[in-house]
Design a protein around this ligand. Structure first.
Ligand SMILES: Nc1ncnc2c1ncn2[C@@H]1O[C@H](COP(=O)(O)OP(=O)(O)OP(=O)(O)O)[C@@H](O)[C@H]1O
Length: 318
């Protein structure tokens, strides 16, 4: 379990993570979402002691990362896929990491097999595709057979097969009881992968709830009707205080009333309905609604209102 309490990180005057408190629990996949520059990577780096908090704390099973008796056996992290030397063979890279962390060499073959690189362990990593590099990064994170996994954008650059593989793999790790925190920009993917969501914007917590609750809370949860009398019914609905959007010739998407209320209104006003269903918000819609005010850039202009307004240059890509 990861416990984050009042975590804050400033880079000069810039507040990258702002008084963040949350708990990341075992046995579920926790999706970590937020617009570019929201502070996700900085938070993950602080979890594993790569960045030092300006204030607040983060503990793993009650201790700071540096105080864990065996950090790499407790937490595995994929923070940057391109960490292997390009001239080094995949299994040599893993053997080196294993040796420097007191992990048995036998784990190397196991994790290579686990991530589907069993046949290419003797290839130099410089010739790896982005997808293979991501898999090697995950293999590295798994070397210590850790109970906690932090995966920063693990599906970056993967093709659809790779994306599906990662999804199933991540879910299987959580099903084994591990704590899995995974950041991603791909909302459709997260909708299929995460059980719980932590959404941050401008370093602050925006939402911390089960995926289903986030989806249900989105005001986009609407009712969809198909009717041969769309104009008449739209006028009735607006008169009843609903917001109506014409989705196609015979289709209306309505917010502001429940499905039974809309069905009853159609009945009372003699409107013929061909379909009456709820239209749940997708995670993408829910996410955009949640983070709308928290994007770092609007119309191409940097937001300079945060903290003292002086924004540091974007960090170099790690
Ligand atoms: N070493 C650093 N020095 C200065 N500013 C930094 C540094 N690292 C991060 N930042 C700034 O802190 C903010 C948060 O960055 P972070 O990388 O944590 O966001 P993110 O949510 O991971 O974004 P992305 O999704 O684009 O990777 C950004 O404005 C970034 O420019």
């Amino acid at each position: 379990m990861i416990t984050i309490d009042g975590l804050t990180k400033r880079f000069g005057d810039w507040v990258a993570v702002d008084d963040l408190s949350t708990t990341i629990r075992p046995g579920v996949v926790t999706g970590f979402l937020g617009p570019n520059g929201a502070g996700k990577s900085t938070t993950m780096r602080m979890i594993v002691g790569l960045d030092r908090p300006t204030a607040g704390s983060v503990t793993i099973d009650g201790r700071p990362y540096a105080a864990l008796p065996s950090p790499t056996r407790t937490v595995g992290a994929l923070l940057d896929a391109a960490t292997a030397h390009p001239g080094r063979r995949a299994h040599d890279h893993l053997r080196m990491v294993a040796a420097s962390n007191g992990i048995s060499r036998r784990r190397v073959a196991t994790v290579l097999d686990q991530v589907g690189l069993g046949d290419v362990g003797n290839r130099r990593t410089g010739g790896f595709s982005l997808g293979m590099a991501q898999r090697l990064g995950i293999a590295t994170a798994l070397l210590g057979d850790p109970e906690i996994l932090l995966l920063d954008e693990p599906v970056n650059g993967l093709d659809p097969d790779g994306v599906r593989w990662i999804r199933e793999f991540i879910r299987s790790l959580a099903a084994e009881g591990r704590t899995v925190l995974v950041s991603s920009h791909l909302m459709s993917e997260m909708q299929h992968t995460a059980d719980h969501l932590i959404v941050i914007g401008r370093g602050r917590l925006i939402a911390d709830a089960p995926l289903q609750d986030v989806l249900q809370a989105a005001s986009l949860n609407a009712v969809r009707v198909r009717t041969p009398q769309p104009e008449t019914f739209a006028a009735e609905l607006v008169g009843a205080g609903c917001t109506v959007q014409r989705a196609s010739t015979d289709e209306l998407v309505i917010t502001g009333a429940s499905l039974p209320e809309i069905g009853d209104l159609a009945h009372r006003t003699g409107i013929r309905l061909h379909e009456l269903t709820t239209k749940a918000a997708t995670l993408e819609e829910a996410y955009l609604e949640l983070t709308g005010a928290a994007v770092e850039y609007t119309d191409g202009a940097a937001d300079t209102t945060r903290a003292s307004g002086r924004r540091p240059r974007r960090k170099a890509r790690r």
